[in-house]
Design a protein around this ligand. Sequence first.
Ligand code: AHM
Ligand code: MG
Length: 345
Amino acid sequence: VGAEKINTEIITLSRFITEEQHKHPEATGDFTLLCQALQFSFKSIAYYIRRATLINLTGLAGSANTTGDDQKKLDVIGNDLFIAAMRGSGKCRALISEEEEEVIYFDEYPNAKYMVACDPIDGSSNLDAGVSVGTIFAISKLSDEVIANGRRPEVKDLLAAGTELVASGFTMYGASSQLVITMKGGSVNGFTLDSALGEFILTHPNMQMPKKRAIYSVNEGNSLYWEDKTVQYFNSLKFPPKTADGKDGKPYSSRYIGSMVADAYRTLLYGGIFAYPADKKSPKGKLRILYECAPMAMVMEQAGGQAVDSNMRRLLEVVPESIHDRSGIYMGSYEEMEKVIAAHK
Ligand code: AHM
Ligand code: MG
């Protein structure tokens, strides 16, 4: 009596992944090792972000990445940490990173079976202001043919729809570091980094998104370039029709952080919709399919939501034409997404 109840049955990410592995007798343990390397990269990126202002890591690196964005010093460090972790795992054959123009091949591991796509630090325009950023990752298995021949996969072998992913997720380095991960056909689970223990602890098991919530998240500064249907849809949220008894309808709340990881994390917990539509200025949209749209779409769907592109096509079925290909995206609560789709018909 009086003593605080301490939870001694802590489920760490390592324990969680090991238990998942045991559910699949055919599993070789390769995925488990890949996840160990992944979680080390998340911890180290989180560590440098927290110390950035103290050790002179804010600001630009003086270079631009493949897609023309100015690289921040931390973009470069996050990318290097991620590549080193994937190489060190010995289980990753090819890596696609937002910060690298070409595919990175780990030829020293010709039998590695996995391919990873990542955005090492998503939302990096927010970095110097201390706003949440995060890492997005998507994991897929190379085809049996590529594995059997131990050959280097070609770019076309890597351009698959999101339905082929074996796992995906993202981290958010905010007030605390959060990790959200889902495996094919499974639930979505959320972990919080306990920095004293250096472990991600399962804090949000089996995440299910609310079916609806009156929150929208979009950069309205792009309205001028939107298609008419998109303008009308967002207007319908802001200017709802009067109720039957003549009272004002209740408009939606607007929340936009400008870091997809943070906007997506809020959407997972609270519900609502997040959008980055394709528009007249960017007909392919802004966000990248392989390491931004598809992994987020997988998380949203497996948490009970939906994700589509600007043509209202299921995002997980979109096949990119190149490794840095982009797409418009709408994702979020199931019922809110039904409204998005109806409004764009
Ligand atoms: P980044 O990968 O260069 O950080 O860009 C992706 C980010 C997303 O996190 C966010 O949703 C979007 O770009 C914000 O774009 P904008 O500033 O145009 O609203
Ligand atoms: Mg990004």
